[in-house]
Ligand binder design. Structure first.
Ligand SMILES: [Zn+2]
Ligand SMILES: [Zn+2]
Length: 303
């Protein structure tokens, strides 16, 4: 493992002021992620799982055409959220509406047509057989990052449906209406990041964005700060020795967590969810140092 000191804050300050956030584009997000999972699967130790996730993302893309419109909260509620620096799509106060239920239903139907392992097939059956009350509990478990260890497989399908629903909601927000709601918290839905990215976008080159694991919103966040607790005191970076240097773990000695940083300026194809899963080897190395994951990725729970 290679350790390097944190970046010079003056260099971080030299970044041009980028837009605060980038909202998801659900019509391309999942299709591109599916392709990325498929690319990463080639020759990978986790190949069968990565191919399963590629299929799942393709389904996330394919079902959107037939879905009812995802309805934003009322304008007054959105204005109030902004006034009090609360996320407008607060996942802690979410209850499924018809569009969300149709998303989960559609996702389960279409993924059921794919070839699944017996374990994944059984998990899918459990979701399809669940009554509305049981489904509501599963959704709450995903949204509160408290998925029970013995039921991880079925929650993957629920999380995938919620990703589609929240991305379709977040896509309707306006970037200028978003305000920072706290360290390590998505300004759209209130969720934690899956990972973060140093980007090479025009007007934002070198800036770092955290990527929400749920709604897909990406928000600008200073590079020298821990993306979980906001501390700048003891942030170091670790990466796999001899690797391409495209993914590093930002390790915080204050809150004892780490979040991956994907360097898109070195590889534009990196995806904050797919590459987070495929770089599991980095998690295993960093965990040996006693740190725990600060990022949340519904496809990585249980590892
Ligand atoms: Zn979000
Ligand atoms: Zn921290």
């Amino acid at each position: 493992m290679v350790k390097s000191p944190r970046p010079d804050p003056s260099m971080v300050g030299g970044v041009v002021k980028p837009s605060y956030a980038r909202l998801p584009e659900p019509e391309t997000l999942f299709k591109e992620r599916a392709q990325r999972f498929r690319t990463l699967a080639s020759g990978h130790d986790l190949k069968p799982y990565l191919l399963f996730l590629a299929n799942l993302c393709e389904v996330q893309h394919a079902i959107q055409d037939g879905l009812p419109a995802a309805e934003l909260p009322a304008p007054d509620d959105l204005a109030r959220a902004r006034e009090f620096a609360m996320p407008p799509l607060d996942r802690n106060r979410f209850s499924a509406d018809a569009a969300c239920e149709a998303t989960l239903d559609g996702l389960c139907s279409v993924i059921g047509l794919c070839e699944l392992t017996p374990a994944a097939g059984m998990a899918l059956q459990k979701v399809r057989a669940a009554n509305p009350a049981a489904l509501a509990i599963m959704m709450q478990s995903v949204l509160s990052d408290s998925v029970p260890v013995e039921a991880i497989a079925e929650h993957v399908f629920v999380a995938a449906a919620l990703q589609v629903h929240f991305a379709r909601l977040a896509a309707q927000l306006e970037v200028k209406s978003l305000v920072a709601v706290g360290d390590g918290i998505c300004p759209a839905c209130g969720g934690p990041p899956a990972s973060s990215m140093v980007v090479d976008w025009q007007g934002a080159g070198g800036a770092r964005f955290c990527a929400c694991a749920l709604c897909g919103t990406q928000w600008n966040y200073i590079r020298a700060k821990c993306s979980v607790c906001g501390s700048t005191k003891d942030v170091t970076y670790q990466e796999i020795e001899g690797g391409p240097g495209t993914i590093k773990a930002e390790c915080c000695g204050e809150c004892r967590t780490y979040v991956k940083v994907l360097h898109l300026q070195k590889d534009i194809a990196l995806d904050p969810i797919a590459d987070d899963v495929a770089s599991l080897g980095l998690d295993l190395l960093v965990r040996e140092t006693g740190l725990r994951r600060g990022g949340v990725n519904p496809f990585l729970i249980g590892y």
